[in-house]
Structures are given as C-alpha cells and as structure tokens.
Design a binder for this molecule. Structure first.
Ligand code: NDP
Length: 460
C-alpha cells in the first residue's frame, strides 16, 4: 500500500478527515481537481458571508442618521468587493495548503478516479491505499427547462463582472433567500420566484412567515406558487416564463440576470463508483452507515456526497468522526441529532432543535413561547424591522425542543442557545438564567407568556 488513506476532494469534510487521520499517524494523500477549501471556502459560506456584510452597510448608513451621523452620498463598487473577497480566498487557500503540509498530507492536483476497492488513479498514475474517502461534495442543480443555459448559479453569482440591475432568483431555500438579501442590499431589483407557498420549507413556520414579511418590507418582490417553465433571451434581456399554481401561464419576469438556487446534487458521477457497484441513491448520494462506511468496506464517504445534512459543520463532524474511528481507535459514530442551522438572510435566521411542526409530527404536546419586538437599535434608527424569537417546549418534560430566531445576530445568538437545546435543558433552566441587559438575546430567558394553544382549548 502507498497510503493508509486516500481522500478525494479537499473540501471541509475531506480536509478535516485528512488532517485528523494524519495526526493519528496515518500516511495520507488528498486529491483535488479545483481549489483547496472546496465549496464552503471557495464558492459558498465564506465568500457569501463577505457579500452579506457588504450588503448590510446600505442599511447601516441609513440607520446611522438617527444616531446623529451625517453620512454623505454612499457609492458601492462591486468590482472592489469581488477583488477584496478573492484576495482573501487566495490567502485562505494558501493557509489550507500550509495546514495540510504541516499535517504531512500529500496534496495531489488533478481528478482522481476510484479503480478498485484499494486503488485510485490520478494523472495517469495508480495509487494503492488501504482506505479511500470520497468527499467530493455537491454541485448546483438546474432543472431541465428550455433556456436553462442562460441561468447562473451561486458559483457565478459570487464572481459576476458587475452587479445585476434586475435579477430573478428561482428557489425559496437557503441560497435563494441569502442572495436575494445580498443583491437587494447592494441596490439591485430582486424578484424571488418560488414554487411553494412560503419560503424556507423545513424551517419553523413562524420563522418563515416572519422572514418573508421582513424581506418584502425591504422591497424584495416575492412571487409564490410559481414554477418556471422557460427562460427566453430577448436582446440583452432575459424573460423567465412560469406557470402559476393553477397551471396558467403568467406574464413572466423580465430581468438582466436569472439565478437558479434550486438545490444541489451529490458530485459522485464519473469517478468510478458506479463501476465498482457502490450503493448509491438515485440522486447520486453514496449510501453509508453510521461510521460513514459505504457498501464497499474499504471506501468511506462524508459530506454532501452522502446527502445527509448538507452543512459544512456536519461534514467536518463526519470527517473527524471517520478519522478518529478508523485511524484513532476511538469509535465515534456520526451524530446528526439537533444540528443548529442559520440562514444569512437579511435579517438572518437561527434555528436549533425542532420546529413547532416537526415537534408535533413527532408526537410531542408542546407549549409555544413567542415574542416579536422592535430591536432597541431601531427605536432611534427608525427602521421598521421586527425581531421574532420562539421556544418550542415539551409540555410533559418541560424540555426545550426548539429555539428559533429571526433578527439581527440570530446565528450568533442561536449558536449559544443550541448548546442548551442539545443538552436537553428545560424551560425552567432557561427561566433560572439571568439575562444580559440590554440585549435582544435576553428575551430567550425572559419568555413567560405561552401562545394560546387553540387546539387544546378547542378540545376542552
Ligand atoms: P435548498 O434545498 O435549500 O432549496 C432549494 C429550493 O429550490 C427549494 O425552495 C425548492 O422548493 C426549490 N426547487 C427545487 N427543485 C425545483 C424545481 N425543479 N423547480 C423550482 N424550484 C425548485 O437548496 P439551495 O440550492 O438553496 O442550497 C443548497 C444547499 O446548500 C442547502 O440545502 C444547504 O444544505 C446548503 N446551504 C446552506 C447554507 C447555510 O447553512 N446558511 C447557505 C447556502 C446553502 P421546495 O421547497 O418546494 O422543495
């Protein structure tokens, strides 16, 4: 064997697994055909967050006025933002390279193919490895409609030569909602086209409704119940045609850019896995057990390639657990229970534990505590933006099953609350905690008023 571990894909899961396995003394190689860092660092979370920060300044300048500032006419340079963002990505890529070097991981540039249970081919060379880890991530998916070639995805959106003037964003999930906030904040006209009734399916319904209303207040044109059927090019303009929920054709949306954010698919085709007979789901997701082991015992997979919970911190946990288990003699199964989530929309969403609907589906009888208020900052700034916070509590055990927030700093606040939810703390424990004043977060420990339970009252 040339290596104890051959990792394919230097994204979050792959890099973590390589580094930890190396730390346990394994001889590790890592192949990457694109940039080290993967989707999150090069085409996702990291550059996206820079754009979110950039977009928020528009409101910050306005809000400053109420606090006595005279802010001159502001002007934004998209080119400068993209240049600075790219410089930081270059720095990060170099830092990743250095980190892998220090962990004695052999980085190989090129596309790797699995040619046997213990063999990989890269750059015309065959390499033997005791174990193989597939951490090839996912790629954007655009449905097969006429004119789909005119649409961009988040990959291109992060590097457009100039800011769109009028952009139609298709989808109602994480990426659609986040980019709607980015482009709107930077001054583009944004039309969000979603096939469902309310954005962010899967999140708590109060959080969804609250965010949707706040986005509309900021001027984002949200068109619901609309499924695009074609994109047409008319001179320099694009027209998105769609059916409404009655099946009738709508007049469509005219814009200069169409962005699709209709999910991602595992990036697992054409790398020899089918030939090996490795068990995969129809969408290409590699089937794995709780140790991230595939149907071929020497081949493992983590991250989006397995389509479990497609989030960077989850891929990190899966990669780490794999390396500890296989090379560290520490049996660590993956843990997908109570994964906190955030959407970097404007305002952002943070969510830990179960939504109210999910809790009810699981058979819990729940008490709901909810508040909406104007954040202190906006009393003087005059901004018409409200914050929403909510706790979902199991009536029988008093355990807090879920915590949800839409409002400034929600992801930062929910990260702390997520520890309490994961630890299974009770509402009484939240109540015993002293608040930090004046903050928005203190509302999570001062919620006293239950939302009337219409169902229970009707049954009495
Ligand atoms: P999501 O799965 O979040 O959302 C996809 C959206 O596209 C849904 O609204 C879905 O509608 C809609 N859709 C799917 N297929 C079609 C179709 N054929 N026609 C019209 N609409 C369609 O995917 P994203 O692309 O937004 O993001 C990909 C993944 O990346 C996320 O699932 C998440 O795991 C990750 N991500 C995480 C972020 C974070 O943690 N903050 C940020 C960005 C991405 P419906 O609801 O009806 O299914």
């Amino acid at each position: 064997m040339d290596y104890d571990l051959f990792v394919i894909g230097a994204g979050s899961g792959g890099v973590r697994a390589a580094r930890i396995a190396g730390g346990h003394g394994a001889k590790v190689a890592l192949a990457e055909e694109s940039r080290v860092g993967g989707t999150c660092v090069m085409r996702g979370c990291v550059p996206k967050k820079f754009l979110v920060y950039a977009a928020h300044f528009a409101e910050d300048f306005e809000d400053a006025r109420g606090y006595g500032w005279t802010v001159g006419k502001s002007k934004h340079s998209w080119k400068k933002l993209i240049r600075n963002k790219n410089a930081e990505l270059d720095r990060l890529e170099a830092a990743y390279g250095g980190m892998l070097d220090r962990a004695h991981v052999a980085l190989m540039r090129g596309r790797a193919r699995v040619t046997g249970p213990h063999e990989v081919e890269i750059g015309g060379k065959r390499v033997a490895a005791r174990n193989i880890l597939v951490s090839t991530g996912s790629r954007p998916f655009i449905p097969e409609i006429p004119g789909r070639e005119y649409a961009i995805t988040s990959n291109e959106a992060l590097d457009l030569p100039k800011l769109p003037r009028r952009i139609a964003i298709v989808g109602g999930g994480y990426i659609a909602v986040e980019f709607a906030g980015i482009f709107n904040g930077l001054g583009a006209e944004v039309i969000l086209v979603y096939r469902g009734e309310m954005i962010l399916r899967g999140f708590d319904h109060d959080a969804r409704a609250h965010l949707q209303a706040e986005m509309q207040k900021k001027g984002i044109d949200i068109r619901l119940g609309r499924e695009p059927v074609a994109i047409e090019k008319k001179g320099r303009k694009l027209v998105v045609r769609f059916h409404d929920d009655t099946g009738l054709e709508d007049e469509g949306v005219e814009c200069d850019t169409v962005m699709y954010a209709t999910g991602r698919r595992p990036n697992t085709r054409g790398i020899g896995l089918e030939e090996l007979g490795l068990a995969m789901a129809e969408n290409g997701a590699i089937k794995v057990d709780q140790w991230s082991r595939s149907s071929v015992p020497s081949i493992f997979a983590v991250g989006d390639a397995t389509d479990r919970i497609n989030l960077t911190p989850v891929a990190l946990m899966e990669g780490h657990a794999f390396a500890d288990t296989v090379f560290g003699n520490l049996k660590r199964p993956v843990d997908h229970e109570s994964v906190p989530m955030a959407v970097f929309s404007q305002p952002p969403v943070g969510s830990a534990g179960l939504s109210e609907e999910r809790a009810r589906e699981k058979g819990f009888r729940v008490d709901i505590y909810r508040t909406t208020f104007k954040a202190m900052k906006h009393t003087i700034s005059g901004r018409d933006e409200r914050t929403m916070m909510k706790l979902v509590v199991d009536r029988a055990s008093d355990r807090v099953l879920g915590a949800h927030m839409v409002g400034q700093d929600a992801p930062e606040i929910i990260q702390g609350i997520a520890i309490a939810v994961k630890a299974g703390l009770t509402k009484a424990a939240f109540d015993r905690t002293i608040g930090i004043h004046p903050t928005a977060a203190e509302e999570f420990v001062t919620l006293r008023q239950k939302v009337p339970d219409v169902e229970a009252e009707a049954a009495e």
